[in-house]
Design a protein around this ligand. Structure first.
Ligand SMILES: [Zn+2]
Length: 325
């Protein structure tokens, strides 16, 4: 693989290639974007392009030379990926990198360090790293990656060239899931819709989504009319208590409701995310008028937002069920 094979991220790639072409590669970059979106993939192709033996003037990797092959196998001595050990990056990891920086690259043109979770380091570590960023050794590129700039010290931010990675369009994620991961069209479409533009997230939620009883969710929840207090409590108890899993169910519920609204407005079941539930969709859609479905969608969005914003999950769900009926 090389830059040209990467789906999306045209702008970050163009910026990096322009740097190579103009001999203006920065000493340190900050790749900003959601988890699993493709930051590491782009960083590795960048390391390959910087070290490719196919010609020093190339702005993309050949993917065939010994340097490219070694980086593909993550065994190139001048390209290191530093991932957090446990929850955070450890100060020893940064020290080790600094030790390595005292020497010239072993065999490549450019030494590349990729720190995958720069937003997960203790403040004292940032200071250690800052020294390196202030006086970068020659022939070295340091790529910091972070989900959000909020957790990065301004002193670090100011010394890196920021490169923002936007969520991929859903159809690209879906295409990738089908072509590269061999998924069926329906599953790929559903996962892509829920992935928030991150191929990594799509894969991460694959098992979880498969375990969620969509039919029961559709008929028992979307299709439910007024429930007794007890039934509401039972229903809430049946949902996962972990916020992350609950968020996923709420996102999935949005796609079910979205389908119901499509069926209701178009009167047919084509173009559904949950095409396998078309029959059930038609039944449930028949029970509700459009305005109640839209109202439910609004409630669902509000609840999901509140729960993401750390509101009490139980209270939020109860309030939703109350307005649901
Ligand atoms: Zn090469």
């Amino acid at each position: 693989m090389s830059f040209k094979d990467i789906l999306g991220h045209e702008r970050p790639i163009r910026l990096l290639q322009r740097g190579i072409a103009g001999g203006k590669v920065a000493h340190s970059y900050l790749f900003l974007g959601a988890e699993g979106i493709g930051k590491s993939l782009v960083a590795l192709q960048f390391a390959k392009a910087l070290n490719c033996l196919e010609g020093a003037d190339t702005v993309d990797a050949c993917d065939r030379c010994i340097s490219c092959k070694k980086i593909n196998r993550l065994v190139h001595p001048d390209v290191s990926i530093i991932e957090p050990q446990g929850q955070t990056l450890k100060v020893d990891q940064v020290r080790e990198m600094q030790k390595a920086l005292a020497y010239r690259p072993y065999e490549g043109r450019c030494r590349v360090f990729i720190l995958t979770a720069a937003d997960r380091m203790a403040p004292h570590m940032s200071n250690t790293l800052l020294k390196t960023l202030e006086e970068p050794p020659p022939q070295t590129v340091i790529i910091l990656q972070a989900n959000h700039p909020r957790w990065i010290l301004p002193t670090i931010l100011s010394r890196c060239q920021p490169i923002r990675f936007n969520p991929l369009p859903s159809h690209l994620v879906s295409h990738w899931l089908i072509k590269a991961k061999g998924l069926g069209e329906r599953e790929a479409h559903l996962l892509a819709t829920l992935s928030e533009g991150s191929p990594g997230k799509a894969l991460e939620i694959k098992e979880e989504i498969a375990g969620i009883p969509r039919k029961e969710l559709l008929e028992g929840w979307m299709g439910s009319g007024s429930l007794s207090m007890e039934e509401k409590e039972d229903w809430i108890d049946s949902l996962p208590s972990q916020r992350e899993n609950l968020n996923l169910i709420l996102e999935l519920a949005k796609t079910l409701l979205r389908d119901l609204i499509v069926v209701k407005t178009s009167g047919e079941a084509s173009g559904l995310i949950h095409a396998d539930l078309a029959e059930e969709m038609e039944k449930v859609a028949g029970q509700w008028d459009l305005s109640s479905l839209l109202k439910r969608m609004e409630n669902l969005h509000q609840t999901a937002r509140a729960i993401k914003g750390n509101a009490n999950t139980r209270l939020s769900l109860e309030a939703m069920m109350l307005s649901w009926a």
